[in-house]
Design a binder for this molecule. Structure first.
Ligand SMILES: [Zn+2]
Length: 120
């Protein structure tokens, strides 16, 4: 399991369910605010569906389910085939549901989609 340093200088996303570390904030390239989706260059601690028969196709793009390694919760998908790559939408990138993630902002843990503090 990969772990980032939970220090003021290192900001990253965690699985909302089990708080496994998922991605550094600099890996987040773009946020689709309307759907609370984030496009990430890279992630850690994610299981990606390897069986092509279980991949999903939408708008000619093919995606593999991507889940938290620790708790198996589905967090989003990884793009496998993208015939019309754009600056953000490219093969190998992850599209994650920000509502299923938390954010360590250097001083506290926030909900990734609202940036309101998590009470605990
Ligand atoms: Zn998890």
């Amino acid at each position: 399991m990969d772990e980032f340093d939970q220090t003021p200088d290192v900001h990253f996303f965690l699985c909302r369910e089990c708080r496994t570390h998922i991605a550094l904030t600099q890996e987040l390239l773009f946020t689709v605010l309307e759907y609370d989706l984030g496009i990430f260059r890279n992630t850690v601690n994610m299981d990606v569906e390897g069986d092509p028969r279980r991949h999903r196709i939408f708008d000619m793009r093919t995606a593999a389910d991507a889940s938290c390694t620790q708790c198996s919760r589905l967090l989003g998908c990884k793009l496998v085939v993208v015939p019309d790559e754009t600056m953000f939408v490219q093969v190998g990138r992850f599209i994650l549901d920000l509502r299923r993630l938390l954010l360590w902002d250097g001083s506290q843990i926030l909900y990734a989609h609202t940036h309101s503090p998590v009470e605990d």
